[in-house]
Ligand binder design. Sequence first.
Ligand SMILES: Nc1nc2c(c(=O)[nH]1)N[C@H]1C(S)=C(S)[C@@H](COP(=O)(O)OP(=O)(O)OC[C@H]3O[C@@H](n4cnc5c(=O)[nH]c(N)nc54)[C@H](O)[C@@H]3O)O[C@H]1N2
Ligand SMILES: Nc1nc2c(c(=O)[nH]1)N[C@H]1C(S)=C(S)[C@@H](COP(=O)(O)OP(=O)(O)OC[C@H]3O[C@@H](n4cnc5c(=O)[nH]c(N)nc54)[C@H](O)[C@@H]3O)O[C@H]1N2
Ligand code: SF4
Ligand SMILES: [Mo]
Length: 694
Amino acid sequence: MKKVQSTCNYCALDCNLDFYVENDRIVKVVPTRGYPVNDGFSCIKGLSLDKQQSTVKPNSLPKIRKEDGTFEEVSWEEGFSHVAEKIKEIQEKYGPEGMAGISTGQLTLEEFALFGHVMRDYLKTNVDGNTRLCMATAVVAHKQSYGFDAPGYTLGDLELSDTIIFIGSNPVVAHPILWGRVLNNKLSEKKVIVIDPRKSETAENADYWYGLKWRSDLLLFYTIANQLIEKDYLDHSFIEENTEKFEEFKEFVKAYTLERGVEGTGLSKEQILELVELIHKGKKVSFWWTMGVNQGYEAVRTAQSIINIALMTGNIGKPGTGANSITGQCNAMSSRAYSNTAVMYGGGDFTNPARRARIAEVLGVREDQLAEKSTLTYNQIIEGINAGNIKGLWILCTNPRHSWTNNETFAEATKKLELFIVQDIYDTIESAEDCTVYFPVVPGIKKEGTYINLERRLSAMRPVLPKGENEISDYEAILGVGKALGMGEQLKGWETPKDCFNLMRECSRNMPCDITGVTWEGLEDSHGIQWPYPEGKEEENKADERRLYGDGKFFTPSKKAQFMFEEVRENPLPCTEEFPMVLNTGRGSVGQWHTQSRTKEVKFVEDVSIKKAYVYMNTKRAKENDIKEMDKIRVYSVNGQDAVFHVKVTDNVQYEELFAPIHYIECNKLTPSLYDSYSKEPSYKATPIRFEKM
Ligand SMILES: Nc1nc2c(c(=O)[nH]1)N[C@H]1C(S)=C(S)[C@@H](COP(=O)(O)OP(=O)(O)OC[C@H]3O[C@@H](n4cnc5c(=O)[nH]c(N)nc54)[C@H](O)[C@@H]3O)O[C@H]1N2
Ligand SMILES: Nc1nc2c(c(=O)[nH]1)N[C@H]1C(S)=C(S)[C@@H](COP(=O)(O)OP(=O)(O)OC[C@H]3O[C@@H](n4cnc5c(=O)[nH]c(N)nc54)[C@H](O)[C@@H]3O)O[C@H]1N2
Ligand code: SF4
Ligand SMILES: [Mo]
């Protein structure tokens, strides 16, 4: 029996798994013992990866839609030349930006690096990622506060922290192995605190739950900051030596009185003061945030209000501390630095002359052969299609017809496209319904490449099974189109994922995310390697777990972290008499993954999960409306849409709230086209609604 160690390509933990293979069949999946992230454990999704060998159709060929609307199967060569011709035609007719792409945080580093090269460098088009729906807020917050998009923690910090505060984060469901690390923490003084309007599965298992009013986190953290200052619960020397703009911040938060905090957050004075004391008394306080923070209309400032608290109390860079953003998708961290979308390979702006020169040198091209600017954002791409300016779209490893906010606007957009390429492992996804070309590619178990997890750890994906006849990977599909487009010399050095990895390593040299010491072979069967890992410094970086900011130095020009703040804004989409309640949305269960295209891989879940869209409703509200478990309601949204849901009755959501799992397409039919002003991440979590019993 052969054993192959590879990476789980669902969530951002990037657990490593040992696949045992006999006669080209996976017979057993065992979480890798001794791997620092998941040491012999994993969740049900990782354990089910072997199911891909039967759920993904083997030996599929590309499909092109004919005039009569039916599909014709063609060879890969025909598929590539058809797509290349269509792209050229569109760019001739509508200009380079008449074509666009949507990338992902779930492919390998090498795959979206190549996609970015073909689409952005060569075709001069726009490509944004589904990471925009997810991590864009944290990216902008990090860049402004720390000077680089560099989450500094290591997962071991969860085991060392005496006060662990989760904000808008539900790891019991969304990051079970991370929650396992919390359980590993045996400190007698350990306290787990959850800040979430909903009594989530994590809140149910925490020591403290603060069920604040939705979208009031920014107000809460400014109120807390003001209290910490008034009580002088500060780390003065850290503030003095390692931060800037504290005095301005101090003045600014004076207006955020306890009374104002109580009124706006719905928490009591005692609750807020208790939280202040918990933060003060903790010796190693860590803050962990996820989508409850990232997906709002003032999300960047909210993330930074958490960073500010960590900075002013000196809870950063030391064991068990940090203002820590938890990433969602398995490779969002690679996508952020290596997709050539918002920043250049390895980080740095498209307008930075030194970076342009360096990247051109590494890729062996002229500077004018590199993308000239940061991409249009996801919302601008969809709006561009609907306005008739963009006529071609290529999406890979994402299902926006379901996951995009106000998702009927995506359905409307795709009908206007002359070329719509969908590249996926399942042709049954909602987004494929209107595609003009479908590219079937092999799943993770047949691919090779690199993943970077939430704590900056690189790990290897290696083929567990061989590819069958006609079967190709995402990398090969993108390369095929690049060649058909006539990229020629510009693809030199990109022949294989390993070649691409070596280019990306060079692009990272001397950047905060330097990975020049990592080698393709060195990553295999390893414990993974956290960046930075520069060449020549392997010995001093050999520890399995490393964190950033231990020396109090950040990546800004002054090396000091910045206090970033701005007045709390009035909610642009408040509840009204017509829409008096809010729709909260998020992950439903451990086994369900986003748009559920992959749920069939998790057989136990597929068998038991609810097939129809549902919402959670507060018991009192249900009683008042004579609604019983699994009754149907119609929910009307402020965006003008409505949809039918079954009801599950619970005390864990607020009276004014419904909570919809995102795994059903109805959910995002109702979410609005509202974004954070800086990150352009959708505000998915608080849509004004009303409902009607059916
Ligand atoms: N099983 C499973 N695991 C997953 C995923 C999956 O689809 N399925 N997806 C992965 C991905 S890509 C991501 S990004 C992560 C997401 O991981 P999480 O962000 O942890 O999950 P969510 O359920 O989206 O949202 C977390 C919480 O935010 C809360 N929230 C809503 N509004 C507010 C608010 O105003 N303030 C505060 N403080 N909280 C609020 C919600 O009630 C919810 O409990 O999960 C990853 N893991
Ligand atoms: N209301 C609301 N909406 C949300 C969120 C929310 O909290 N609330 N969360 C948002 C977030 S954080 C995220 S990350 C997005 C996720 O949204 P999506 O990215 O649209 O969701 P997925 O279902 O993960 O889509 C991944 C697709 O890739 C395919 N796939 C799997 N493996 C491969 C492969 O190797 N190659 C290729 N080419 N395809 C593959 C799968 O079949 C699937 O169709 O949803 C966002 N939408
Ligand atoms: S916790 Fe995340 S990475 Fe680990 S097995 Fe589960 S889905 Fe995969
Ligand atoms: Mo995500």
